[in-house]
Design a protein around this ligand. Sequence first.
Ligand SMILES: Cc1cc2nc3c(=O)[nH]c(=O)nc-3n(C[C@H](O)[C@H](O)[C@H](O)COP(=O)(O)OP(=O)(O)OC[C@H]3O[C@@H](n4cnc5c(N)ncnc54)[C@H](O)[C@@H]3O)c2cc1C
Length: 195
Amino acid sequence: MDSNNVTGNWQVSVRRQNDCLVANGYMLVGDSAWMPKPLDAGGIGPAIVAATILGKNAVNAIEANDVSETGLWQYNIDFINDYGYKTAGLEIFRRLLQTLTNDQINYGMKHFLSKLDVEAISKGEHPDFGTVGKLGMMIRGALNKKLADGLRFTAQQNKTLTEHYYNFPKKPDGFDMWQKTLHHILDESYAKIEV
Ligand SMILES: Cc1cc2nc3c(=O)[nH]c(=O)nc-3n(C[C@H](O)[C@H](O)[C@H](O)COP(=O)(O)OP(=O)(O)OC[C@H]3O[C@@H](n4cnc5c(N)ncnc54)[C@H](O)[C@@H]3O)c2cc1C
């Protein structure tokens, strides 16, 4: 047993942030809101970004004498516009990566990943995988064709999800419908990827 290696570690979430970050007199931030990035579990950046946005919105709500869910709602929108728009798409991409063999990852890195995709990933954005479409019939092997389909699918779902997040409701009363559509897109994506 590796008894010296069992301390100083803990789980980090690798999913999108909570669908709603506020309630009456209550705001979520950082790990408590599942903010670490789904691809690499980096949670310090989003926690700091969100904390500054939260602080500004908390001050606005207190000055307006309204710390209800409605009074705090703008925090949801400001966080999504700054950072949260990309996390659901990255969650789908992470799920796809977990289905791949080492051989598929090696093939994908060699043939499918363009310089632009690498730049996007290093900036924390979802890659477009533009090269995959152009290769067409040149892709060798059934598993690699399946991988190409998967990459195209996640890039497409990322566009749909980003657009949906940018349409986050301006007020709480639009939230139920927005969340229903979000979960419909996610369920459809998870079913297609099948971890
Ligand atoms: C092993 C490990 C490695 C990581 N490596 C990286 C990395 O390399 N890069 C990166 O970006 N992220 C990394 N992360 C993730 C990152 O550490 C977290 O996402 C980040 O620290 C979250 O900040 P936070 O303020 O939301 O939560 P925390 O840093 O967890 O702060 C919450 C604080 O609240 C306190 N607290 C809890 N309950 C109460 C209570 N009831 N009353 C008062 N205080 C309370 C806790 O003691 C804690 O100090 C790593 C995480 C782990 C576990």
